[in-house]
Design a protein around this ligand. Structure first.
Ligand SMILES: Cc1ncc(COP(=O)(O)O)c(C=O)c1O
Length: 437
């Protein structure tokens, strides 16, 4: 297959110059696998980018999209609607934990985050507490790339090029603690007290100025940080004590990754707002959503007269018909194949395989929950991230797609994974780690 000219496409989150020297092109996907333009089969160890939870090329989803495109390609989402948008919202609300019952559609995780932050501000304003404008994120958090999400996010590489960002934002400390928690299986034992950082910020600013706290229940993009036991519960308690909204960014953890439909259910803590994307359409077409509690929704609804727009926000492609069709078919696929809880059934075999890598050279930590794992390597002197990237390249050559962030390898395979794939993943990663300097 001849290769296209690579110059014009400015690739996202990619070392463009390095990539274009040695491009990696994928041309086909089915089930647990990709195929390269050279015809090599590659096992998908990351569900595309944490999104293809039901595996690739699910015909129910692709057929639903094709049929929808033929029937009605587009419907304006402002002051108009189409049936599938309402059906999908109803089904999503039923899947989410009580009292999250109202769904606002977006087109990505980044848009979901900025939408949720705006909802939090609008909620307080509607209740006469418009002075609550401060937003709290967490160090090492990833909430997408738009200015709201960037501001509450805490990954330095994503922030340093972009100036002062949104004003009035603070950060909790992250929960990564190699000294106390290395090689924890599942939730680490130490670190619940880090939630008390929120009390310190309340003491500094006064709760009356704080609108919301946003965290990933399990931080994915920063290298798979599983919440310490009791941490999320404590955060919830402190938020409740001070009237602060709690937002869970479930863009990665949503749709079965941790063993339940949502991490809120896995960890037993319910937020006021939950952001979703990725697995919502099995990655087949862009779509995101914010699921809001009744209290947040109702407060914003009741404020203005009934002929007024209650929330001045939305996207041209909110609730796009193709995305809604894909979403409905995706939820049906998850239900039919039991995928939203399959990570708990496969979790033990997965945990055993990834923790079996702890004796490999350079490995300083292995972390896991459900069907997600982080394998952290010691960085090379003066070249952070280089060792893990070499593991990525080696794995790709050997027929496995993984993801690396800094010196952590992240594994998050499609939830249809079988035992043989788990063995192949662990063996390939082991050999790659053994080969890199
Ligand atoms: C937790 C979290 N929030 C937000 C996003 C951003 O999503 P998107 O890339 O769809 O904008 C991501 C993407 O990985 C994510 O992991």
């Amino acid at each position: 297959m001849s290769r296209p000219d690579l110059a014009a496409h400015w690739m996202p989150f990619t070392a463009n110059r390095q990539y274009k020297q040695q491009p990696r092109l994928l041309v086909r996907a089915h089930g647990m696998h990709y195929w390269t333009d050279e015809g090599r089969q590659v096992l998908d160890g990351v569900a595309g980018l944490w999104c293809v939870n039901a595996g690739h090329g699910r015909s129910r989803i692709t057929t639903a999209m094709a049929e929808q495109a033929a029937e009605m390609d587009y419907c304006p989402p402002f002051q108009m609607g189409h049936p599938k948008a309402f059906e999908l919202a109803t089904q999503l609300a039923a899947l989410a934990p009580e009292p999250l019952r109202h769904v606002f559609f977006t087109n990505s995780g980044s848009e979901s985050v900025d939408t949720a932050l705006k909802m939090a501000l609008a909620y307080h304003r509607a209740r006469g507490e418009g002075q609550r404008t401060r937003l709290i994120g967490r160090e090492r958090g990833y909430h997408g790339v738009n200015f709201g999400g960037l501001s509450v996010g805490g990954m330095v590489g994503n922030r340093k090029q972009f100036g002062a960002m949104v004003a009035g934002v603070d950060h909790l400390r992250h929960t990564h603690d190699l000294a106390r928690n290395a090689f924890s299986v599942g939730q680490p034992a130490h670190g619940a007290e880090l939630a008390d950082d929120l009390e310190r910020l309340v003491a500094l600013h006064d709760a009356s100025t704080i609108a919301a706290v946003i965290v990933e229940p399990m931080a994915g993009s920063t290298g798979v940080l599983v919440p310490p036991q009791g941490y999320l519960q404590r955060l919830r308690e402190i938020c409740d004590r001070h009237g602060i909204l709690l937002i869970f960014d479930e863009v990665i953890t949503g749709f079965g990754r941790t063993g339940q439909p949502f991490a809120a259910q896995t960890f037993g803590v319910t937020p006021d707002l939950m952001t979703l994307a990725k697995g919502l359409t099995n990655g087949a077409v862009p779509m995101g959503a914010v699921v809001a509690s009744r209290a947040v929704h109702d407060a914003i609804m009741q404020a203005p007269p009934t002929n007024a727009i209650e929330f001045f926000h939305g996207y041209t492609y909110s609730a796009h018909p193709l995305a809604c069709a894909a979403g409905l078919a995706t939820l049906a696929t998850y239900a039919e194949d039991g995928l939203l809880t399959r990570a708990s059934a496969m979790g033990a075999a997965f945990a055993k395989a990834v923790h079996g890598l702890r004796d490999c050279p350079h490995v300083v930590d292995v972390r896991n929950v459900g069907l997600v794992a982080g394998i952290e390597l010691a960085g090379r002197e003066g070249a952070p991230g280089a060792r893990a990237f070499d593991v990525f390249l080696d794995c790709f050559r050997e027929g496995l797609l993984i993801r690396t962030t800094g010196d952590t390898i992240a594994l998050s395979p499609p939830l249809i994974i079988e035992d043989a794939h788990i063995v192949q993943m662990a063996d390939t990663v082991r050999r790659a780690i053994q080969r890199v300097a």
